[in-house]
Design a protein around this ligand. Structure first.
Ligand code: SF4
Length: 429
């Protein structure tokens, strides 16, 4: 979502004649868009400011603005500790950025802009064309979260759930496709909580799939509690909807899920997986895991391992629990960090093995790859298959924006290597 926000900030600042530079030293305004989900986020901001100070030691200082969730959560502290920062601006207030920049120039700016103005924000953004011209691009349809998982900062940094109107979303999707997008990933902190005048995520998917030149649709991140039958059916009925479902589970233990306030059981989660596989056996899953949550015993941990072994997630994002200031989990008694660390290593070994087994099965199979860009070296093209695996091929033909049948001949943990195959119909799942 920060990538989407950053590109919209760029669209906004064009209005006051700013443009992007790849050369930091020539920047007149430096906007750092931050994420607060992991620990050390604030330290990273100070580190980046330190780097910036060095770059501009003998030059005119640029305007420095910290945007995003760190600004929202710790804006006052940042401003107090680091005088090099001119203003902080939260993720629901960034539509005011031009005003802030102009006022900083006149030395009359408010320094901390962190109200939750989400309706105002999207009203402003809707009046601007989304200039993103990537083949695979993001589109925010929903923001915020009402779930209040005990470990999570999102409800405090992004605010309550808010869904954009169907009309606005379709207009922006059409703009993106006119700009050349062939794949759109619908974004939301709780994307499947989308609800606007009785329209759900599944309705949006069908509406967007009608856009003629759009080839692929994805969505992220979904919550098990909102994974309703209509969304499951969309995977059966909408060919453009890709078969990778990212469904965070966090733990395989009901006791820990309850402690986290996740509002679903592991049986609910498995039911969703089974239903999806029933309607389309080629669907694969990825997930997020927190290892070593307060109260996690060996038994709880092995329930998480069992879930990994049963569902065989093809990608997993796992972290050792770290308490975020301001969340209820911050006050809980932590488990021994050496035990948590050992469990994380154990989990990641199994997760990597699962991923490796899956990827080995792709070798010598075919995949439908949408190519996104030509790489810097040689005639290599980068694309993604339906399951979001990165694929690189060599070709003399310009492949950008094309879906090609690729035979995979090799791969590592991050990338698959293949060659274009003519007259093939047998795509790998
Ligand atoms: S559902 Fe997701 S975004 Fe919402 S509180 Fe829980 S982890 Fe955070």
């Amino acid at each position: 979502m920060n990538e989407y926000d950053s590109s919209r900030i760029l669209d906004l600042t064009k209005k006051i004649n700013f443009m992007q530079t790849k050369n930091v030293q020539e920047a007149q305004c430096y906007i750092l868009n931050t994420c607060h989900i992991r620990e050390k986020a604030t330290e990273k901001v100070y580190h980046e400011i330190g780097r910036l100070k060095k770059e501009f030691r003998k030059k005119i200082k640029p305007i420095v603005i910290i945007a995003g969730c760190v600004a929202q959560a710790e804006g006052d502290i940042l401003l107090k500790k680091e005088k090099y920062i001119d203003a902080v601006i939260g993720p629901q207030s960034y539509h005011q950025i031009n005003d802030v920049i102009l006022k900083i120039k006149k030395k009359t700016a408010l320094k901390n802009i962190t109200e939750f103005d989400v309706i105002d924000k999207f009203d402003t953004l809707n009046s601007l064309k989304n200039s993103n011209n990537k083949i695979s691009t993001f589109l925010t349809i929903q923001e915020g979260c009402d779930k209040f998982c005990k470990f999570c900062v999102v409800p405090y940094t992004r605010g309550a759930e808010f869904s954009r109107s169907v009309k606005e979303i379709l207009e922006e999707a059409n703009q993106l496709v006119e700009n050349g997008a062939q794949e759109i990933t619908l974004l939301g902190q709780n994307v499947n909580a989308y609800s606007y005048e009785n329209k759900r995520l599944s309705d949006l998917i069908f509406n967007i799939s009608m856009i003629k030149n759009l080839k692929r649709i994805r969505y992220t991140t979904s919550h098990p509690k909102d994974f309703t039958q209509d969304l499951i059916d969309a995977h059966k009925n909408c060919e453009k909807l890709m078969p990778l479902v990212h469904l965070p589970v966090q733990s395989g233990s009901n006791k820990i899920l309850q402690a986290m306030n996740r509002n679903h059981t592991i049986e609910d989660y498995r039911k969703i997986v089974d239903k999806l596989l029933d309607i389309k056996s080629s669907i694969k899953f990825s997930s997020d895991f927190i290892i070593g949550y307060p109260g996690e015993t060996n038994k709880d941990f092995y329930e998480t391992i069992k879930l990994m072994n049963d569902v065989k997630f093809i990608n997993s994002y796992s972290f050792m629990f770290n308490a975020r200031p301001g969340t209820p989990a911050n006050d809980l008694v932590k488990i021994d960090s050496s035990i948590a660390k050992k469990r994380l290593i154990h989990f990641q070994i199994i997760a990597e093995k699962t991923k490796k087994n899956f990827r080995e099965n792709l070798i010598n199979n075919h995949a439908a790859v949408l190519f996104e860009n030509k790489m810097k070296n040689g005639n290599k093209y980068f694309g993604r298959d339906e399951l979001f695996n990165s694929v690189i091929v060599e070709s003399n033909e310009n492949l950008v924006g094309k879906v090609k049948n690729v035979k995979i001949f090799n791969g590592n943990q991050n990338t698959l290597f293949g060659e274009i195959v003519l007259n093939q119909t047998n795509y790998a799942a």
